[in-house]
Write a protein that binds this ligand. Structure first.
Ligand SMILES: NC(=O)c1ccc[n+]([C@@H]2O[C@H](COP(=O)([O-])OP(=O)(O)OC[C@H]3O[C@@H](n4cnc5c(N)ncnc54)[C@H](O)[C@@H]3O)[C@@H](O)[C@H]2O)c1
Length: 317
């Protein structure tokens, strides 16, 4: 049976890249991109079916499921960590109610597989900060973090109760050149490249030694598709898998960029609210469950990420 894949939140940092890869694998017509907003340039260029949808509007979303009868759904629409702290109730509503609508319609329309991303934001100040394990104390103190933790519980619940094949990854901060990030705490690691090329200087909103787990978008998309392709019996975790990436500080990233742009300078701003969020998150992650259960292996280290980002962004400008 051929696949019909619905991607919700397709206009975002991950969606624009994921839709292009899925269309390459399954054909443009098999992948329905959907978002609250009309398609950004990258999605229009990479054309295929597109629907305007609001996951909070039940009738609207139901109509999209009925019209396309998807076999797989990737639900990416969310409000991220930094923006979530500015609009806590709106973030909770979108991140929770939106997910529940998608899970309910996936059960109703017999969707074969659902992907929903969680985040390293599910961990909190009392979680171990280095090599954070899959199972440990989780006390997230951002709305984003506890909406993701509650979302993980719902995903596992729908798997156990309704037999819905839901799969999920706890993404680290993602770095890519094709789309802008959507208001998270790790956005600096994308902005820095644009500013390095544009002005040779970047003022970082996180402090010099803030280590955070990060991952190149190519690895993140590959992990997502590997997880979705894995045989169901290999996917033992139905809440969400830890995914490590690599850990570095703004200083280490700047030093790597300087190898390509020798005059590049970085400075650091004080008192940005995102610092507090970053301080509550893990500095590195243990993803041995993903490695052992479905064979996950990382490809991009820091030098490779920096070289690839600069190469591609230089071609864009
Ligand atoms: N980017 C990261 O570094 C990162 C890290 C961890 C987890 N995640 C998770 O991955 C998912 C996608 O992240 P992203 O970075 O692409 O986010 P993004 O903010 O770039 O994109 C989200 C998209 O959702 C759309 N959207 C918002 N409200 C909607 C609604 N009511 N109905 C339909 N669409 C709506 C937005 O228009 C936007 O295009 C999110 O669940 C996020 O929490 C992202």
């Amino acid at each position: 049976m051929s696949e019909k894949i619905l991607v919700i939140g397709a206009n975002g940092q991950i969606g624009t890249e994921l839709v292009a890869i899925l269309r390459g694998i399954h054909g443009a017509d098999a992948v329905i991109a959907s978002d609250l907003k009309s398609p950004i340039y990258n999605l229009r260029k990479n054309s295929g079916p597109y629907e305007i949808v609001n996951v909070l509007d039940k009738d609207n979303l139901h109509h999209i499921f009925e019209k396309h009868r998807p076999t797989q759904v990737y639900h990416l629409a969310a409000i991220l960590s930094a923006v979530g702290e500015q609009k806590p109730k709106i973030a909770w509503d979108l991140n929770m109610t939106g997910l529940l609508h998608v899970l309910d319609f996936s059960v109703e329309f017999n969707v074969k597989k659902v992907f929903w991303p969680s985040s390293i934001a599910v961990f909190g100040p009392h979680s171990p900060q280095w090599d954070t394990p899959q199972y440990c104390v989780m006390d997230p103190n951002t709305v984003y973090g506890f909406s993701k933790l509650a979302g993980e519980r719902w995903c596992e619940y729908y798997f156990n109760k309704y037999n819905l094949d839901v799969r999920s990854l706890r993404y680290p901060g993602l770095i890519g050149w094709r789309a802008n990030p959507g208001g998270g705490t790790t956005d600096y690691a994308v902005h820095i490249f644009h500013e390095a090329l544009k002005s040779g200087h970047y003022e970082c909103f996180l402090s010099a030694n803030t280590a955070l787990p990060m991952m190149y978008m190519d690895d993140a998309i590959r992990a997502t598709i590997m997880l979705m392709d894995a045989p169901a019996d290999k996917v033992e975790i139905r809440s969400s898998y830890n995914l490590a990436g690599i850990s570095f500080t703004p200083t280490q990233l700047a030093e790597e960029i300087k190898k390509h742009i020798p005059g590049f300078e970085i400075s650091y701003s004080d008192n940005d609210p995102r610092q507090q969020i970053a301080d509550s998150w893990p500095k590195s992650i243990d993803d041995s469950y993903a490695q052992n259960e479905w064979g996950w292996q990382l490809e991009y280290n820091l030098p490779k990420i920096v070289a690839d980002m600069l190469l591609n962004l230089r071609e864009l400008v």
